[in-house]
Design a binder for this molecule. Structure first.
Ligand code: MG
Length: 216
């Protein structure tokens, strides 16, 4: 029997066109609010802490935040990929160093319909405290730097006999890309994979991933 396959994908900038972080910063934050992110880039804060400190600066009414999140553009073909994977018994994992607050607003129906596993931080919003992420300390995939370890999810699946397809775009996607059997990459991740000579399939949209999965 052919080896079972699993699909592990990033959310921000991979399923969504742009990062929630970037979009929210452009619309609601001032440069001063982004100082923690500079500290992350300079190696002085973890990814998780920096993101949390920036998200804590959002103080708009919750209805407005939810409406704003609803306008975030998604890659339409991801729904077709999820349907195709369900038909082929390919488990789908969305792994995000962001949080479930905005992913669920955008994808809750799809996640439920296709039993997609969402592995991410828990997010709670209040206009006073902003968006606060709670690290999943009890998760087997807990990671101090980003909250959840995408590489941990890939390793777990491989230990359970799966060949893993990984899709991503950003810095937290490099370690899982080093492990996965098949990598679809764009933006930063694509450049980094090329620097590290990781066999990679560039992708513009999930149309490329769909074409690949259909052939399995
Ligand atoms: Mg990303």
């Amino acid at each position: 029997m052919a080896q079972q396959t699993a699909l592990v994908t990033d959310f921000d900038g991979t399923i969504s066109e742009d990062d929630f972080f970037t979009l929210v910063a452009e619309k609601y934050l001032v440069p001063e609010d982004l100082r923690p992110w500079q500290e992350y880039l300079n190696g002085r804060l973890t990814h998780f802490t920096a993101l949390n400190r920036v998200f804590a600066k959002i103080h708009i009414p919750e209805a407005e935040l939810r409406e704003f999140i609803g306008t975030i553009a998604l890659d339409d073909t991801f729904a077709k990929v999820a349907a195709c994977c369900a038909e082929k018994d390919i488990p789908v994992y969305i792994c995000s160093a962001g949080c479930d607050y905005y992913i669920n607003i955008l994808l809750k129906e799809l996640i439920k319909r296709y039993q997609i596993r969402l592995v991410t931080n828990t997010g709670r919003y209040t206009p006073q405290g902003g968006l606060v992420m709670i690290p999943p300390h009890a998760s087997p995939f807990y990671d101090q730097d980003v909250g959840i370890s995408k590489a941990g999810v890939v390793s777990y699946l491989q230990e359970n006999g799966f060949s893993v397809i990984f899709c991503g775009d950003g810095p937290p996607d490099v370690t899982p890309a080093r492990l996965a059997q098949t990598v679809f990459a764009k933006k930063y991740l694509l450049a980094q994979c090329r620097r590290e000579h990781i066999a990679t399939r560039p992708f513009r949209s999930f149309c490329d991933v769909l074409a690949y999965i259909k052939e399995l």
